[in-house]
Design a protein around this ligand. Sequence first.
Ligand code: G
Ligand code: G
Ligand code: MN
Ligand code: NA
Length: 253
Amino acid sequence: ARIEAELRHAIARDELSLHFQPKLDCRTLEPRGVEALLRWVHPTDGAIAPSRFIPVAEQSGQMAALGSAVLRMAIRQMRVWQDAGTPRRVAVNVSPVQLEQPGLVQEVLETLAAHGVAADWLELEITESMLMSTRTPTLARIERLRAAGVHVSIDDFGTGFSNLSQLARLPSDVLKMDRSLLEGIGSNPKAEAILQATVRMAHALGHRVVAEGIETEAQHAFLDGIGCDLVQGFLFARPMPAAEVDAWHRARA
Ligand code: G
Ligand code: G
Ligand code: MN
Ligand code: NA
């Protein structure tokens, strides 16, 4: 209840910010964009994890406002990167509550236009379970965003109950394999076979594949061997404030 009340002030008091975690080409390790991850630093309680406050926001009717604030912060940062001559694709996590808002498409496109950022620099991450349970109007909204050039990725793939054949029906461009799928690499041949089949099927259906939560060289080597496109994880870079992302890029150049 206290988190709920404090969250109402967090936006106005400027306690929210975004960190950005790089995604890299699996083969060449060239940087290929970032995922925006919300951070809340409360003035007395310190950092509060999104896994604690996002469910509270969803249950207390605050997720639409919070999601709007995240979109504005992300697109503002995209403009800063664009002006600096270092445009980066930014992936923003979107909650089911936001996708149910009839005004979402207009909001996203207007915010991009207001900041002079082209739609195809923006990616929206939507969880697998959300996409599977979604209703027709929501799917139509996602399709309109894609038609405007926004990329859509299926987040946390492998944690839901979908099978690979359902992937063909989803309005998406990118599949993000959940980090729980990577745990068997090097020890569980069946888990490895599932990863390989997932990449092959995703490619056959026209999706790029991102593996997230990579922590070891062995995981990276295996994923490279099965043709995974992009990688993201602590092995390469942690989520960081925008200025640290810039320093990270400069250090690699
Ligand atoms: O670092 P990490 O603790 O940031 O994120 C934990 C969880 O919170 C992840 O599942 C992530 O998708 C979710 N999350 C982080 N930022 C956002 C956000 O801006 N919006 C939504 N809906 N979820 C987020
Ligand atoms: O659900 P979503 O994919 O949006 O969540 C991203 C979450 O994964 C964030 O909490 C982020 O901090 C975390 N994360 C990113 N890379 C790694 C990693 O290599 N290992 C672990 N354990 N978590 C990671
Ligand atoms: Mn995500
Ligand atoms: Na995930």
